[in-house]
Design a protein around this ligand. Sequence first.
Ligand SMILES: NC(=O)c1ccc[n+]([C@@H]2O[C@H](COP(=O)([O-])OP(=O)(O)OC[C@H]3O[C@@H](n4cnc5c(N)ncnc54)[C@H](OP(=O)(O)O)[C@@H]3O)[C@@H](O)[C@H]2O)c1
Length: 306
Amino acid sequence: MTTHWILGPGAIGRLLAHSLAPLAEVAVIGRRPLPGQQILTTPEGETRAQHLPSFTAERLAAGAAAPPAFVHITTKAMVAEASLASVASVLPSSTPLVLWQNGFYAQPRISQTWHGPVLCATTTQGAYVTGDDSVVHAGRGPTLVGDLDNQHTALATTLAALLSNAGFTATAVGDIRSRLWQKLAVNAAINPLVALHGVRNGALRDDAYSGRVIAVVGEVATILEKEGIAPPNGGEGKAAWLALVWQVVENTANNKASMLQDMEAKRLTERGAILGPLIESAERHGLGCEVLKGLDQELALLEAEF
Ligand SMILES: NC(=O)c1ccc[n+]([C@@H]2O[C@H](COP(=O)([O-])OP(=O)(O)OC[C@H]3O[C@@H](n4cnc5c(N)ncnc54)[C@H](OP(=O)(O)O)[C@@H]3O)[C@@H](O)[C@H]2O)c1
């Protein structure tokens, strides 16, 4: 059995651990120990209890576990590098990593600095934690896996097969960079606005907000063209991005976006991983991005009060 370490035992981390545990040796690694007995509630409402060995980085440093075949990093984007640093001393530098973050912040930074293969996973699985021993798998959706330089396709294929056996619908892809930017584009159009206005995704269709959505998508489409990211569904420019955003708003109308949940819980949001790469790209290409910068500043002001 291969060993998988899951660094960041939150919603996605524990969903992954529950899913892999019947097929592989799994250890969840956090900043604090979690109860070994863990409960998963499925999208159908069934509950399943499972033992998931839990470690802190300190215990791993004391030689508490055998080196893993994969390390999955399932923290929020802004702490992915710090979490990796906390276990790096006990990891062979050739260990494959799998980054599960939204946005495009942790992925290029860790891909540039880690010696071993770095796979990126983008998932539409939905999960949330309800306590230190319980996670809810809220909804199923596809997962795509690949590496930014397309040099580890066999490894991505192996991982996608394992994930699929574990109940994720996973596919290895050769264009994960574009897939990450595509998801980031949609997240940038939806998440900051719903977080700032305290509304569910569907409210963005209202006259009060739809103009702001269109303004964000206008800037995002121009930036992505410069980044060489093709518009979705074979469409053209801004219209194709806008059509995708409205489709996602429609499909997720009743959802509370993670950024809104973070804001309500007074936790730092992933704005740096979602708006940050767009703003950085706009500046690099000499493009204006006043709307994106405005959203980032509004979020930053609210976060400063936490
Ligand atoms: N949840 C979803 O449905 C979903 C779907 C798609 C993508 N994603 C992406 O997946 C990533 C994780 O999201 P999530 O919802 O699972 O977040 P989450 O529930 O907040 O989980 C993050 C976990 O990381 C832990 N952590 C923080 N700093 C750490 C460190 N230095 N070392 C080890 N662990 C650390 C946190 O521990 P504490 O409890 O101690 O803070 C928490 O258990 C995000 O980038 C998100 O955008 C999530």
